[in-house]
Write a protein of this length. Structure first.
Length: 142
């Protein structure tokens, strides 16, 4: 017997929470960086993203150009802008999670690790971010 397309269904037991993916971002001092969220999910788009913890050395700006001041916060779209504090160089970090389009499951949190560097001092670029910040990453992702 030949199967028809409508006979194929996603098995119910395969439905699970989406997975937020850790991200590394590099930007020059005093320069905004676009952070594109990443997720692994069986859930059809759109996925929703929630920022759980704010960065320590910069601010996040939503797609309408407004600074985010309260956390946790769900954001529209799949990206956000990170703006480092004036003259800051070094590492910064914040965390987010993914909400499936059916709101049946939330992911565990993932980390966005940011390296803000001075282009005139290439020796101060901190690589790789995740290895150097593992203790802090493990604490913020809990």
């Amino acid at each position: 017997m030949k199967m028809k397309p409508q006979d194929y269904q996603l098995p119910q037991d395969n439905k699970s929470a989406p997975e937020a993916i850790c991200i590394e971002v590099y930007t020059e001092r005093n320069t905004e960086a676009k952070v594109a969220f990443r997720a692994d999910s069986w859930s059809p788009r759109p996925l929703h993203y929630e920022i759980i913890a704010e960065p320590e050395h910069g601010v996040l700006v939503d797609q309408d150009g407004f600074e985010i001041t309260k956390y946790p916060v769900q954001v529209a779209g799949e990206s956000i802008l990170y703006s480092p504090n004036r003259h800051f160089t070094g590492r910064d970090i914040f965390s987010y999670r993914v909400i499936g389009s059916t709101d049946i499951a939330w992911s565990k949190s993932a980390v966005v690790a940011i390296c803000v560097f001075d282009a005139h001092r290439a020796d101060e670029v901190y690589l790789p971010i995740f290895e150097l910040n593992m203790e802090k990453i493990l604490n913020i992702a809990k």
